[in-house]
Write a protein that binds this ligand. Sequence first.
Ligand code: ZN
Length: 176
Amino acid sequence: MTLRPIVTLPDPVLKRKAKPVTKFDKDLQTLIDDMIETMRDAPGVGLAAPQVDISEQLIVVEYSEEDDDEDTEEEAEAKPKKLYVMINPVIVKASEEKVVGVEGCLSIPGIQGDVERYEAIQVKGLNRFGKPQKIKVNGWMARIFQHEIDHLNGILFTEIASRLWKFPPDEEEHEL
Ligand code: ZN
């Protein structure tokens, strides 16, 4: 596995709509493994392929599975983590309830913002071997998926945030 450089603004790949993945070959498996390693190294809780300069519909997400809104960040961090690899993801169902939360992005260092997201979603897509999969996620996990799927459509959280602010880059935060 290899760490891949994370592209940052104003790289145009971040504004492009990513192409669907059609070939589930060895190169794709290498890309997926590299993305997982790059996400963990950053450290981040999600990464979309355009963030490593590949304009294809592929995301990786890793966060504690049982997300509980009552948890402090420390409590959530201590829970077992679940890794998702999702190819050609589509949100097929979304809750009526929306929630505002703080987001950051590995491709936009030093900026945070308040973003409104669906509290719960169902996502349909393919696993790393091209097999269909459908998952239900809520809370922080749902937020991470929505942030990463936005990346595949060339949408950055700074464009949909209700409020943005700068924060020191040495502060550890959940980066997406
Ligand atoms: Zn991001």
